[in-house]
Design a protein around this ligand. Structure first.
Ligand code: GLU
Length: 650
């Protein structure tokens, strides 16, 4: 019944947040005042945040290490300040940790490559992009002039040859439109408007003969098309985008968060391509150090000759570091060491399994133990007592993916012979991945073929609202409404008459009058007054003095508690015709403990307490049997509540 709709299961998107835990900055410019305050705050933050304290320790460890050399082949890069060093870590839900010169701007250089690759994938689709740029590591330097001759394409998008070919794939009419597209994308990834360092751009445009040679060779081989100079300009511009270590960490966190910027909540990269981007980063992101980086640090990463590095732990966070001096492979000396320390300290290697699948089915029970909040007459209760075991509920918890879903399916297979209806409750499920959704859809089909029905509660809140009264969609807002629907099905099969609530139940058929003869019934009926209520009417109000006992003749009423001074109502139960309410006050003489609201056009037989007291004097045996019946009904309810509580304690 739930069928393909499982594939549309929607979970709440990450909420946009902007929280920064800042460490000491060493900017020395106009931001000095702010920086002093930040440094002051950071002392306090580091005391209470072990994560920030770790970043600060690692920062302090390498700050005075002046090993490595700044890149000079682009003359403008040679001017970099070798003392600047910043580290930032941004979680996939938007918490920012940063220390040192994490707000200092520098040019992104090759770190633009994975992101432009992502944009090319969006613009041209996977197959076309793969036909133009491969995904094999070269083992050669980033600017080497080597091509995959067999496939007539550059080896991968992380080396210059591949990156220029990738940039050539960016759509748009003319240079300005294409540049605007790239800058817009990068700004979405970073969560702030980014711009270009024109000095660095001009410097590289004037001196980048090797890249120019690569591009023209690619044109010659038919790997890219004209206009070559426009592609080259775009490439030099993308390399000159100004970012900080913090920006890089946000961009990396956006990849960690499946393409949605965790600070702004805006999607910056189409979800299906994020894994493609991360894959090439993992195998080819760190120049000729890529293999060793993957082995030792174990995170998809990319570095640039400007001194930046990004690293991503998918689903968890992104790191951005900046320090201009480079090691022999062209990676930031301090950045590599900071990332290596972080990976070791926090055991970040991607291939270290950290998934504890735990117990996924936290509780399972049958309708015989836990009933819906619908209270029904004795005949219906008897049927549900006999048939309720065919309704099974699994309360699921945690994240659902292949191995956790497999646990659920194992239990379905075991229980299948004994249920007709299976309700899966997703209230505590954090995430349902594509694989779990597909397995659910298959399970649904399989159960349908066997004549069984799969229902879901709390799966997609927006869908649950659209549940038709008959529950035809298979989606229910909560377990209770799913259970109630199943109970209705069982009653419909066994005794459909019991579901005809609009038809008035005669006075003599009230549950509370069980065992009374015709004369006694007539006697009680003589003191009853019949009342009608329209839908929404309050029949009994919490706190009011109680003066009558109500017997529900037709329609439906709900017993509700007022929450937050009446701002919200919590439904305790819903009553069907044949049942009494307002009976507790008859026993204890107290005030009304809850509201009773008519859900539909409702008719009640009302027995005023004053007249019942007169009856108690004139016909004490009739009165005491009436009280006895009320007591029996109350004790049955108490037993059911006990059974439910016991099942909760399991
Ligand atoms: N713009 C630089 C180039 O193509 C980027 C190099 C890099 O960061 O690896 O030479």
């Amino acid at each position: 019944m739930v069928s393909a709709l499982f594939s549309e299961a929607i979970f709440k998107p990450q909420v946009a947040v902007n929280r920064t835990i800042a460490g000491a900055c060493k900017l020395g410019h106009a931001r000095q005042m702010h920086q002093n305050r930040a440094a002051e705050a950071s002392k306090h933050n580091a005391e209470i945040s072990p994560i920030l304290a770790s970043l600060q320790e690692i920062h302090a460890k390498y700050q005075q290490d002046f090993s490595g050399k700044v890149a000079t082949y682009i003359p403008e890069l040679a001017k970099a300040d070798t003392s600047l060093f910043g580290i930032a870590l941004v979680t996939a839900d938007g918490q920012v940790y940063q220390t040192g010169d994490a707000n200092h701007w520098f040019t992104i250089q090759s770190i633009s490559k994975p992101f432009v690759y992502g944009v090319a994938l969006e613009d041209q689709g996977l197959d076309y992009v793969l036909s133009k740029v491969g995904v094999e590591p070269t083992g050669e330097a980033f600017n080497s002039i080597v091509f995959d001759e067999r496939r007539n394409r550059p080896f991968n998008p992380m080396v210059n040859a591949g990156a220029i070919a990738t940039t050539a794939l960016i759509k748009g009419t003319g240079h300005d439109q294409r540049l605007a597209r790239l800058l817009g994308k990068f700004s979405d990834l970073a969560g702030r408007p980014l711009s270009i360092d024109h000095a660095v751009y001009t410097s590289e445009r004037t001196t980048g003969h090797r890249n120019r040679a690569i591009a023209y060779l690619e044109l010659n081989f038919g790997m890219i098309d004209e206009p070559v100079n426009e592609h080259l300009d775009l490439y030099f511009e993308q390399c000159s985008i100004l970012v900080s270590a913090r920006d890089l960490a946000v961009m990396a966190a956006t990849l960690a968060n499946n393409g949605v910027n965790p600070l702004t909540g805006k999607r910056a990269l189409d979800e299906p391509y994020v894994k493609n981007v991360l894959s090439v980063m993992y195998s080819c992101g760190m120049y000729d150090y890529a293999g060793e980086w993957s082995y030792r640090i174990g995170l998809p990463a990319k570095s640039g000759v400007g001194g930046g590095i990004i690293a991503v732990l998918p689903g968890q966070f992104g790191i951005g570091t900046f320090s201009a001096p480079l090691d022999e492979q062209g990676n930031s000396w301090r950045g590599i060491r900071a990332c290596e320390d972080l990976s070791k300290r926090f055991k970040l290697h991607m291939f270290k399994s950290r998934l504890a699948t735990g117990v996924v089915v936290r509780r399972s029970y049958r309708n015989t133990t836990v009933r819906s909040k619908r209270r029904r007459g004795a005949a219906a209760e008897t049927i549900l007592g006999e048939k309720g075991s065919s309704v099974c509920v699994y309360e699921l918890q945690g994240s659902l993916f292949f191995s956790t879903m497999e646990q659920v399916l194992r239990q379905v297979t075991n229980d299948m012979d004994s249920f007709t209806y299976l309700i899966l409750d997703f209230k505590r499920v954090l995430q349902l991945d594509e694989c779990a959704r597909a397995l659910l859809a298959q399970t649904n089909e399989m159960l349908n073929r066997c004549g069984k029905t799969l229902l879901s509660a709390h799966l997609a809140e927006d869908r649950a609202d659209s549940c038709e009264p008959g529950g035809q969609s298979g989606f229910f807002a909560d377990i209770d409404s799913a259970l109630e629907w199943c109970e209705d099905q069982l009653l419909q099969q066994e005794h459909p008459e019991l579901l005809r609530e609009r038809r008035k139940v005669p006075f003599a058929a009230m549950d509370i009058l069980a065992g009374f003869d015709h004369r006694e019934t007539a006697l009680i009926e003589s003191i009853a007054e019949e009342m009608r209520y329209s839908p929404g009417a309050t029949i009994v109000r919490e706190g009011d003095r109680a003066d009558s006992l109500y017997l529900l003749a037709a329609g439906r009423v709900s017993i509700c508690l007022r929450i937050n001074d009446g701002a919200r109502r919590q439904r305790l139960s819903t009553l069907s015709p044949g049942l009494a309410f307002g009976d507790v006050a008859l026993l204890d003489g107290g005030t009304r403990s809850a509201d009773v609201i008519a859900d539909e056009p409702t008719r009640c037989y009302v027995l005023p307490f004053a007249k019942l007291q007169t009856l108690a004097v004139s016909h004490p045996e009739v009165f005491s049997r009436l009280i006895g019946n009320i007591g029996r009904e109350l004790s049955a309810r108490l037993r059911r509540a006990d059974a439910e509580i016991r099942s909760l304690a399991d």
